[in-house]
Ligand binder design. Structure first.
Ligand code: PLP
Length: 384
């Protein structure tokens, strides 16, 4: 970023900085504890294995799972691929139908595209203005061929939370699996896989102050998944390959910190988001996306009528905010989430996602509000 003014990071839904306490715990696993967690014949391997198993316990505790239901992967995207491709393959004899919704992350939507090539039938449920699915419509979409329902816990662009406990009542009654992408929610809001009736959950460490390139898949005991890779048999043969010990150790520490500090962080961040939304709600031509639904406490998504979104981002030189989700920000396509909640494509392009987190201060939020207000006023004046 250019300029001398203080830079403010407001893109915590894209990624988070590593908490220093996480980094501290990781460091020895790069140097003196560098062993391969699968080397069971010496102390270097035992140290690494101990680190990995502690991390597994901590990640399991965060979502109220059992440790042996956690499998480490390279991140949310890999976990999603393994979950969806793996259950479809394992359940070929049961059926070939999957239900998801239009506002899922690209990692889910693109995996579904691949599944369609393989002969799977996919139903994409529409969503309301607040980003919620209609539960009656979900129930009616389930057929004898349905293997699973895949619905994200919280949306990465507008923060809408799907009511997993209500959804699992439907899936359980129909004997269908519930898969949830919890990359954005885990560590931010409670996720109790037992109480919510989730069968498979996807987690990503870098969204919760842990390192990039590490994730996990929660698979309820008894649920069958076919592996997508073959090799040394690690992760009980579901995800073979030498484990990324420092990354996994960091993920474990991050999960422990989130477990301990989630409520405190959420309460503080919710107040800061309310401050932002209060300021913008008063302004004509500004909409808060997903406003009336249950949402993540640390994100807001605003649409500005008659403002060019790209020019707005360029004007906000000192703010790291996102025009859409990070994964599609190289293309100037309107966000599929914003069009799914009813915005026309032009309006969808005139939107900002503000994601705050553990290290965001009130002062930074105030600075951001002032900068955005000024930029909007300036762009309104210069609009053709
Ligand atoms: N799912 C959601 C909802 C996300 O926001 C992301 C990251 O942007 C992912 C999946 C992908 O996770 P990862 O970056 O760990 O591959």
């Amino acid at each position: 970023m250019r300029g001398n003014k203080k830079k403010v990071y407001l893109d915590y839904n894209s990624t988070t900085p590593i908490d220093k306490r996480v980094l501290e715990e990781m460091l020895p696993f790069f140097t003196e504890k560098f062993g391969n967690a699968s080397s069971i014949s010496h102390a270097y391997g035992w140290d690494a294995e101990e680190g990995v198993e502690l991390a597994r316990d901590r990640v399991a505790k965060l979502i109220n799972a059992k440790s042996n239901e956690i499998y480490f992967t390279s991140g949310g995207t890999e976990s999603i691929n393994l979950a969806l491709l793996g259950i479809c393959k394992a359940n070929e004899s049961k059926g070939n139908h999957l239900i998801t919704c239009q506002t899922e992350h690209k990692a889910v939507l693109d995996t579904c595209e691949q599944l369609i090539q393989n002969g799977t039938d996919i139903t994409y449920l529409p969503v309301s203005k607040s980003g919620n699915i209609d539960l009656q419509q979900l129930q009616e979409s389930i057929t004898k061929q349905t293997i699973a329902v895949c619905l994200m816990h919280a949306n990465n662009e507008i923060g809408t939370i799907h009511p997993l406990a209500k959804i699992s009542k439907i899936t359980r009654e129909s004997n269908v699996l519930l898969v949830t992408d919890a990359s954005q929610s885990a560590g931010k809001i409670p996720l109790d896989v037992d109480a919510y009736g989730v069968d498979i959950a996807i987690l990503s460490a870098h969204k919760m102050y842990g390192p990039k390139g590490v994730g996990a898949l929660y698979v309820r005991s008894g649920v069958q998944l076919t592996p997508m890779h073959y090799g040394g048999g690690q992760e009980r043969k579901l995800r073979p390959g030498t484990l990324n010990t420092p990354g996994i150790v960091g993920f474990g520490k991050a999960a422990e910190l989130c477990h301990m500090e989630m409520q405190k962080d959420a309460d503080r961040l919710q107040k800061l988001i309310e401050l932002i939304e209060y300021e913008f709600a008063e302004e004509p031509g500004i909409h808060i996306n997903g406003e009336n639904g249950q949402r993540l406490p640390h994100v807001t998504n605003l649409t500005f009528e008659n403002i060019d979104g790209s020019r707005l981002i360029r004007t906000l030189k000192n703010l790291a905010v996102s025009q859409s989700s990070a994964c599609s920000s190289n293309t100037l396509k309107p966000s599929h989430v914003l069009t799914a909640i009813g915005h026309d494509p032009l309006l969808a392009l005139s939107s900002l996602r503000i994601g705050i987190g553990r290290f965001t201060t009130k002062n930074e939020v105030r600075l951001a509000i002032g900068d955005i207000m000024n930029a909007v006023d300036q762009l309104k004046l210069t609009a053709p």
